[in-house]
Design a protein. Structure first.
Length: 363
């Protein structure tokens, strides 16, 4: 067996031990690993030093090697030699969106030979755990951060000393090294309204069921702007903010709001949901009420579909949004390209995907 194959085997074995061990657990000595794999100690040492540089292992003089990473680390391919770490920090909302983003970030980080460390943080807790993680992460190349865990006043103190790109998704903030990266919600609102108006709808409701409300202002502004351009009254658009708290079930909030709206005297003919889970919950409420989609009411979503379940949902939901892959690609380019963008607020384009949930005709 050649030396490269031996290194790959030893690396895979150590990563498996690290994955299954608590922080601070002692790892086998270089002598033990050399005997186990029939290799030289120099070969084992090369693997160990690489894992030290990547932040997996801490070496303590005279004591040995220990599991270093405090946060959950994504292990994707034990044969890849990583060139640095990125942090993925997201709020502790009960939302599948952050899980779907995590998978895409993991895949793109692997292609860039970067290791991903994730942290689920509360917006009501101290930022000190984030500060400590930043300080303890070696070879840090960048941070991808969703709005929520860090308040506006903390961005400067957290990130000013790190000359790395911090990509903030879901909000805008002025702070050193922080770049806001968001779908173009204004254009999204315009596309939604233009599409539904062309389909014949005049009673339209926007349902905001998620606790993160940063997109609602530019989204609704774009919708109203399109109504003015089409010389239609603003009252054609109704905005329903469910007032969902971070610890509450956002899908249930959409379910209840849909029930109230379909019971109103002038029921909207088109329902725009700001989250995919909210739209699925709304679809169930329509079925319980005996209302056919899209024959009697239309559904449009400003969120990407679930990549697995979306294709089996009936009817498939039409949406106007920026694919998650496009957002992550833009974020990873900022991290890996090295140069600093000339603007701190970067908008990513959105697309309309016509599926089966919007009816065209007179209402």
């Amino acid at each position: 067996m050649n030396n490269q194959s031996l290194q790959s085997q030893i690396r895979g074995h150590l990563l498996e031990l690290i994955r299954e061990s608590p922080m601070g657990a002692i790892l086998p000595t270089e002598k033990m690993l050399a005997e186990q794999f029939g290799s030289s100690r120099a070969t084992v040492q090369m693997v160990t030093l690489a894992l030290v540089r990547e932040g997996f292992i801490e070496r303590r003089k005279g004591l040995g090697s220990f599991v270093r990473s405090k946060e959950k680390r994504i292990f994707t391919d034990s044969n890849v030699s990583y060139h640095g770490n990125i942090l993925y920090i997201y709020p502790d909302y009960p939302s599948v969106n952050y899980v779907l983003f995590r998978k895409i970030i993991e895949e793109q980080a692997l292609r860039a030979q970067l290791s991903m460390i994730e942290m689920r943080a509360s917006r009501y807790a101290s930022v000190e755990p984030i500060r400590k993680l930043l300080a303890e992460t070696p070879c840090l190349r960048g941070v991808i951060l969703f709005s929520g865990p860090v308040s506006n006043g903390d961005y400067h103190s957290l990130f000013a000393e790190y000359d790395i790109p911090v990509i903030l998704i879901g909000d805008t903030v002025a702070a050193p090294n922080v770049y806001s990266l968001n779908p173009d919600w204004g254009r999204c609102g315009r596309l939604c309204m233009d599409y539904l108006i062309r389909c014949g709808h005049r009673r339209i409701v926007l349902i905001q069921n998620e606790p993160d409300r940063n997109a609602i202002k530019p989204l609704s502004s774009g919708m109203k702007q399109m109504l003015r351009e089409l010389s239609l009254p603003i009252k054609n658009l109704q905005i329903c903010d469910c007032g969902t708290k971070p610890w509450e079930d956002s899908a249930r909030a959409a379910y209840l709001a849909t029930g109230e709206l379909i019971a109103s005297a002038e029921r909207p003919t088109a329902f725009i949901y700001t989250s995919y889970n909210g739209a699925v919950a709304g679809l169930r409420r329509f079925r319980e009420a005996g209302i056919e989609i899209p024959e009697e009411a239309s559904i449009l979503v400003t969120d990407s579909p679930d990549p697995l379940l979306g294709q089996y949902l009936f009817p498939r939901l039409s949406y106007v949004t920026c694919p998650r892959e496009r957002v992550v690609t833009a974020a990873m380019e900022l991290i890996t390209n090295g140069g600093k963008p000339t603007v701190s607020n970067i908008l990513v384009d959105v697309d309309l995907s016509e599926q089966e949930s919007v009816k065209k005709g007179e209402f």
